[in-house]
Design a protein around this ligand. Structure first.
Ligand code: NAP
Length: 336
């Protein structure tokens, strides 16, 4: 499905965008072009140094803002697949600058949809987050609105065979602004602040995120929210893994934070199917036949009342497994 196809990643210079770029260029040399779309010329300049055009003739860089629909339309000309990863994602910055977050995460999502519908894009995968599930902060609320826009976009495609789907997952290990790099930096001070000793989070590697996005691109029928089955960790175990010798004062939960993150609520259980390695929340209305979907993917309906959250997960990282993962995925020089 990749032969002679052009793929565009909004937010292509971000953590996920760069991991997707490396994956696509190495695993799918048969593509025609890979376009990186984002605002900051400096990040694009740096990324272009990593991918010199004589060695990587298929990569292109396109400056643009997802708030600018006309620019998106220009960028999407002759693009086949779009991965929408551009977002404002820091919870506290979204709380402080709510209108900016709305403009990027909600208006930007609608602009991406409109530009896809106005061009010949065939498949679109939008990135979501566990914080969009029963959201309590603005970031999560904007991503929930974005999810709804992408899912509903399948209703307005007419005879256009374009498919929109969503991938939702939790904390990406070591991504910009997340707890592991924060603790690694703080370790030298001898103090690792713990917001709440009972706090838990889902954990996924960047490669795990890439795999889920590629799966959605390849297999979505339109309107699904794909949710990988991933382990949780306790924040106290992350602190113990990184700085066993550090003092760990409890500083209290921050505005907009949950003790446990959620990916599927009891209310979602009515539409949720287990597909083995992952779950999908299916849209309430769809163009395809549910019985065919279930048969094709050997999907099993989860019981009514089922929920998937980081506090009641069945798979857990331990202090030891976290140490191995940090060395493998975040900091090869990590020693404890
Ligand atoms: N990291 C996580 O733990 C995590 C977990 C779950 C879901 N997600 C979701 O995964 C996606 C990617 O996250 P990430 O960690 O890769 O984020 P990131 O590292 O912060 O990268 C964000 C990217 O979006 C671009 N961008 C931001 N605003 C833009 C705008 N208005 N127009 C165009 N480009 C814009 C940024 O480049 P410029 O600033 O140069 O424009 C950058 O390339 C996001 O949708 C996020 O919500 C992330």
């Amino acid at each position: 499905m990749y032969k002679d196809k052009t793929i565009l990643i909004t937010g292509g210079t971000g953590s996920l965008g760069k991991a997707l770029t490396a994956h696509i260029l190495s695993k799918h040399p048969e593509i025609k072009k890979l376009i990186i779309f984002s605002r900051d010329e400096q990040k694009q300049f740096q990324m272009a140094l990593e991918y010199p055009s004589d060695q990587y003739p298929k990569i292109r860089f396109f400056i643009g803002d997802v708030r600018d629909r006309e620019r998106l339309k220009r960028a999407f000309k002759n693009v086949d697949y779009v991965i929408h990863a551009a977002a404002m994602k820091h919870v506290h910055l979204a709380e402080y600058n709510p209108d900016e977050c709305v403009k990027t995460n909600i208006h930007g999502a609608q602009n991406v949809i409109d530009a896809c519908l106005d061009t010949n894009v065939e498949r679109v995968v939008a990135l979501s987050t566990d914080k969009a599930c029963a959201p309590i902060n603005l970031y999560g609320a904007t991503k929930l609105a974005s999810d709804k826009l992408f899912i509903a976009a399948n209703n307005i495609t007419g005879w256009n065979p374009i498919k929109f789907s969503v991938v939702r997952y939790g904390n990406v290990m070591g991504s910009n602004g997340s707890v592991i790099p924060f603790f690694l930096n703080k370790k030298q001070t001898g103090i690792l602040p713990i917001t709440d000793p009972t706090m838990t989070r889902f954990n996924i590697s960047l490669q795990g995120g890439v795999d889920m996005v590629m799966h959605a691109l390849e297999h979505a029928w339109g309107g699904e929210i794909f949710i990988p089955k991933i382990p949780s960790y306790k924040i106290t175990d992350v602190a113990e893994a990184i700085g066993p010798e550090c003092t760990k004062p409890v500083v209290g939960i921050r505005p907009g934070e949950k003790i446990h993150e959620e990916m599927i609520t009891e209310s979602d259980s009515y539409y949720t199917y287990d597909l083995g390695k992952y779950y999908t929340i299916l849209p309430a209305t769809h163009k395809w036949k549910l019985a065919e979907y279930i048969a094709h993917f050997k999907a099993t309906k989860v019981p009514v009342g089922f929920k998937y959250n980081s506090g009641e997960n069945t798979a857990w990282e331990t202090v030891d497994s976290l140490r191995k993962l940090i060395k493998q995925h975040v900091d090869p020089s990590f020693v404890h």
